[in-house]
Design a protein. Sequence first.
Length: 258
Amino acid sequence: MLTITTNEVVQLIQMWLWPFFRIAGLLMTAPIIGTRPVPTRIRLIIAILITAVIFPVLPEIPNVDPVSAEGVLITFQQIMIGVSMGLCMRVVFVALEVAGQAIGQLMGLMMASMVDPTNGNQVPIIGQFYLLLATLLFLAVDGHLMMIRVLAESFNSLPIGTTGMSTNSAWEVLIWTGSILKTAVVIALPAIVSLLIVNLSFGIMTRSAPALNIFAVGFPIMIILGVLIVFFNLSSFVPHMMEMFDGGILMMKSVVTH
């Protein structure tokens, strides 16, 4: 007669539960998968499937009671590791959205907004355009598969245990966020400078010809020139995006190697 002891049940739960928490934490904050259009139930199913796939190659998991103080600490650490890894890539998309908002504001498109399905709020059209381009490029270069590969490798570089993320890793995530925002400013800087020059020209025209209705003439010209500037800047968009994606993957690896 087959008998299953309590220790065997607890050990089986440990083997599945803690890897699942790390994977679910990443899927909760990862780009595309962790956005609002993807239902929570779908994310849960994906997390279970990924756990089932990588379960056979996981290193040895410590024999700790999941409901003990040490087990709760391990659970919290696994969630934080997954969330931090997902944020390393999510911040790239947020930075691009901010760059698009800055350009859209100078173009006079702040009133022309679209509902962002990622966050559920309204963003200017240019920000949504950059976000869609980044999403398509991320999927085209198999960025989602690279994230899953780094996640699977993280169980070897930072095994499940009482030792979680270090303080240095947390600071590196913050520094990485700042550097990504700088890159977003570099992407938007040519368009911002060009539109500022156009605005300055309209200001001079208004002073020279006060009877000129600058609102009737300026807004259409600003929008047309802004679209042209964004179009000509697309040639440098892809290299910057690839650099940001590569940096995000390296940062994900750095989170679990310190």
